[in-house]
Design a protein around this ligand. Structure first.
Ligand SMILES: [Zn+2]
Length: 447
């Protein structure tokens, strides 16, 4: 018997849910044009009496791009610190969220008290779907409260009634010890950290003398948990009963997707607060949600007061694993396959580094470690006309000839499956940096 956070919305037949959401979107649009300078401009040609009946009707509206949000923020003033998309009065704004700002100036999003409530509900819905309950003691390791994964994630755990232990910000050694002392049962971590932890959790246990109670890990922040070998490593290393993937977007709602007990693709858990579309990233055409469909996810916030977005292009690419689920939740179950920003072009063909990694790690499981490093000449290199240089790490001691033979085998497998030429070096065991799973995907030669 499945427990739901919001049984009505989670189990409503998908077309019915879309009709319900479309009615919400219809009602918000005219008011949005009055509240947001950005949408007064972007939606200048949208008729006031536009009625959206289905998700497909959203195609009548233009997309909102990250660049639109940047330009809107650049128009910040003393009265409107969040710029042209500040759709609430300053005295009603209670919190600012920052994007990570790893590329360029960070973007800021504002929350009213009601936004804090609605986002808390959506995030709690994801954590609940991922198996977090009142009796869990949760370690939250994000060190920066202001980022999307900071306070908003913490709010979701408190909303469920779990015990929040905000350990992020302490040195790693202390975090690991405190997790034992506090009898932590659940952990929210990046895939890299979970992998890193799996390698040293036993040593911490010996040091503190306290048995592990950790049973649940929610992982996210980077694609990877779709990979069975990596999943197995983490589950075995930490003796987990739950390993669930999550995904969200600070610009919309920091966490919106989460896996159920099937652990086979993420359900959309923000149904009361956002509407989703799948599009072809090149043409912008809508794609139907059906098993096997692949595209970019587009979000429309349904009840955001302060910095709303309509048809926002996430740059997250996903594949639909299935429609519906044995757990009773309706709609698409997805896996994230990468971000537009990570995509490489090999001789005119799009390829995600994660597609190369997933293929290699799955095909050569047991012979190589589940990590891979792809080299770029420059940080912004996207095009490759020569074979892409890739390092992998042997799982056992091999002589030079055996490493060479393995490298050729991997190159052939990738060429056969993805039509991409790579030039593989097989390093000795321990040759690749650990705990930097995400960065290791694309290292820069000159850096
Ligand atoms: Zn399910």
């Amino acid at each position: 018997m499945t427990d739901y956070w919001n049984a009505e919305l989670e189990t409503k037949p998908w077309p019915e849910l879309e009709r319900w959401q479309a009615a919400q979107a219809t009602a918000l649009l005219p008011a949005l044009r009055r509240r947001s300078v950005l949408y007064a401009r972007l939606h200048a040609n949208v008729p006031d009496d536009l009625v959206l009946r289905f998700a497909a009707d959203l195609a009548a509206l233009p997309f909102t791009l990250k660049d639109d949000l940047r330009a809107a923020q650049d128009a910040a003033s003393d009265d409107r610190p969040f710029g042209d998309n500040q759709a609430a009065a300053q005295q009603d704004i209670v919190q600012a969220i920052s994007s990570s700002g790893t590329t360029g100036r960070p973007l800021y999003y504002a929350l009213t008290a009601r936004d804090v409530e609605t986002i808390g509900d959506a995030v709690a819905n994801v954590w609940f779907t991922a198996g977090i309950r009142k009796d869990d003691v949760v370690a939250h390791l994000v060190g920066l409260p202001m980022v999307a994964g900071g306070l908003p994630y913490a709010d979701g755990f408190r909303r469920i009634g779990a015990t929040l232990c905000w350990l992020g910000g302490f040195p790693t050694e202390r975090i690991l010890r405190e997790m034992r002392h506090l009898r932590v049962t659940a952990l929210l971590a990046t895939t890299s950290f979970a992998l890193h932890l799996a390698g040293q959790w036993d040593a911490i246990g010996r040091e503190t003398g306290i048995a592990s109670r950790l049973a649940k890990v929610i992982g996210g922040g980077e694609p990877g948990l779709g990979q069975p070998e990596l999943r197995r490593r983490i589950v075995d290393g930490l003796a987990l009963t739950h390993l669930r993937e999550t995904m969200g977007l600070g610009d919309v709602i920091p966490s919106m997707w989460g896996e159920c007990e099937a652990e086979d693709g993420m359900h959309f858990n923000a149904r009361g607060h956002a509407m989703i579309e799948l599009i072809d990233p090149d043409s912008g055409e809508q794609l139907p949600w059906r098993e096997g469909a692949t595209g970019e996810i587009v979000y429309t916030a349904l009840d955001r007061e302060a910095t709303p977005v309509v048809r926002y292009r996430s740059r997250d690419h996903a594949t639909v694993v299935a429609m519906g689920c044995a757990c009773g939740r309706t709609g698409p179950r997805i896996r994230c396959i990468g971000r537009t920003d990570d995509m490489l072009i090999y001789k005119g063909m799009n390829v995600f580094p994660t597609a190369i990694r997933d293929l290699v790690v799955a095909r050569f499981a047991g012979r190589i470690e589940p990590v891979l490093r792809l080299w770029k000449e420059r940080r912004d290199q996207v095009r490759f006309d020569q074979a892409i240089e890739v390092d992998v790490e042997a799982a056992s001691a091999l002589d030079a000839a055996a490493r060479d033979a393995l490298a050729r085998e991997i190159e052939d497998a990738v060429r056969g499956q993805l039509q991409v030429r790579i030039a593989v070096s097989v390093l000795e065991r321990g040759g690749l940096p650990r705990g930097v799973y995400k960065n290791a995907i694309a290292a820069v030669r000159e850096a």
